[in-house]
Design a protein. Structure first.
Length: 140
């Protein structure tokens, strides 16, 4: 299911459920000519990283093949954060999404009950009405 996993990776790049993560500077340091004093809080924005055209040319384009081959550069794809505090559940979450997607695609046809349902951040990215669907079993 490599292609399905690439599709999941692409969705998490374009619409990361968490918008970012905070860190605290443990020492004074300089980055890109900015001096960050010890104790300052830093926010790493997932969306900005994932839509940086230097890292992902034509960043709004949904192209699952981007994740083929050696994949993204380190810390350029961070829906689950990165470093020692990276999401502990990331493999569990990815497998669950993949199993859900596989069953939805192979066993059902569906359509949206509310086609123009709004998506909001509260603070997680979520459909405002819970994304009701009409499911129809697929004949196998
Ligand atoms: C699509 C689903 C999920 C997403 C997008 C997600 C994303 C994240 C992100 C961005 C962080 C912060 C990482 C950082 O600060 O660098 C995090 C932390 C964490 N996540 Fe997840 N997560 C997901 C599912 C899960 C699941 C299913 C579990 C547990 C079974 C889990 C457990 C944790 C824990 C324990 C932390 C805190 C890690 C730490 O601070 O050391 N997550 N997650």
């Amino acid at each position: 299911m490599r292609y399905s996993m690439n599709v999941v990776a692409k969705v998490l790049r374009l619409m990361p459920p968490l918008t970012g993560a905070f860190r605290e500077a443990l020492v004074d340091f300089t980055y890109a000519d900015y001096t960050i004093p010890k104790g300052w809080k830093l926010y790493c924005s997932t969306g900005s990283t994932h839509k940086d055209p230097v890292l992902y040319p034509n960043p709004e384009k949904f192209d699952a093949s981007r994740f083929e081959g050696s994949g993204s550069n380190p810390f350029s794809y961070v829906p689950f954060g990165g470093g020692p505090r990276m999401c502990l559940g990331h493999e569990f979450a990815r497998i669950n999404i993949l199993i859900f997607l596989h069953n939805m695609v192979t066993r059902f046809k569906w359509n949206l009950a509310i086609p123009d349902e709004a998506i909001g951040y509260n603070p997680m990215l979520s459909p405002q009405q819970g994304l009701p669907l009409r499911l129809l079993p697929r004949r196998l």
